[in-house]
Ligand binder design. Sequence first.
Ligand SMILES: C[S@@+](CC[C@H](N)C(=O)[O-])C[C@H]1O[C@@H](n2cnc3c(N)ncnc32)[C@H](O)[C@@H]1O
Length: 399
Amino acid sequence: MASPPFVILPHPLKGRAATATRDLPPGSPLLTTSPCSVYTIQPEFRREVCARCFAYDRGVEWKVRVELPPEGKLKQSPTLGLVFCSEVCRDGWVHRQGAIGLQAWKTAWEVGSRQKGKRSSSNGSVEPSVDGAETVPDGRPSFKQIDRAWTAAEDTLGKRVRELRMRESSEGAAQLAKSERKLLQRAKDSKAPSIETLWAVVSGILTHYWTHNTPVEVVDEKSDLPADNDEWTEIMRLKHHHTPFASHEELQDYISAYLCLLAQLPVALVPSLTPEVIQTLQNAAAHNSFSIRPALNSGAYNAEYLGWGLWTMGSIWNHSCAPNIAKARVRDRWVFVVDRDANGKAGVRAGEELCISYLGGDEKELGVAERRKRLQDAWGFECQCDACIRDMRGMSVPE
Ligand SMILES: C[S@@+](CC[C@H](N)C(=O)[O-])C[C@H]1O[C@@H](n2cnc3c(N)ncnc32)[C@H](O)[C@@H]1O
């Protein structure tokens, strides 16, 4: 069997770096990822993007839905608010979620539907304590503020709700005192989370759950059944951002989603729904997620931002302003192949670092200073790629 085309080595300035083990001609396959472990779709594209393969056809609404049998007070079949481009995609998605996953998506759908039109209410919500002096310059909540907001949410409601859910499952809801039922209700009524946050949290905690709860005999490498793999370990291994929330509102949204879901998700998922798990997901997603855009061959405008996803294997590549890897999303996976080297020559040499570009479309044409600023603003790092080092040197050469 051929040796792997690259190895992961520590880099003094960039963390891990993928390095070619041998000369590789252009087009050499490097990696095809598994499906993503956390994702969300922008609300305005919800009915136009397949929830499994992300197919998008210039605004056409997909008609295939999940229809769970109505139960309890529900008169209609819950469709979970997800659409699929085909029955094959839907059935594959349903299979992948498992029974518990479907219940989790149903809860998210119920929370999302109930909260419609209620987005501005803050019934019983736990607002993060804001200390202006600590706000980092771009208005993001600081590490301390994030920590304080989660601690407040836990102390005010979270810990108690978790305890009541466990008791409710062992003793039955009827055993809870009226005041305890009221407390659960208060968590359910937490300030309405956005649907995109609910999706990200549900997909992420299901990844945590399946990593820890899939029996070995279920693992089938050929299917995309959630394996008893180390997906969670892979998430932990990624480069983490410690101030991942763009605003206090976004932080609050995640806390609200946490409390609403904690009060009503199937109890088996409660151990996977903790502030630590959600924070790990956010910290990892902020530095590693890929935008979901229409596939190039769909004929749709590729710049359209449909949502984001976290493909852990795809996050191994560092950025270069002169990348030597080409990437393409093929359905629910990313495929990476050798493109060209930093000097524009074909292929890569053994020992060369393998990089993609984190910049989109027009950004690639920017000058070095503007390019570096974009990378710093969006990704929080000072680019150390060969092209930047070369261009910076060029700038400092006296005329
Ligand atoms: C998706 S991860 C890439 C893999 C990462 N090096 C690791 O150790 O997991 C993105 C992070 O890698 C680092 N990185 C990637 N490209 C870089 C570059 N050109 N210069 C400096 N740091 C870079 C930054 O810390 C960035 O936030």
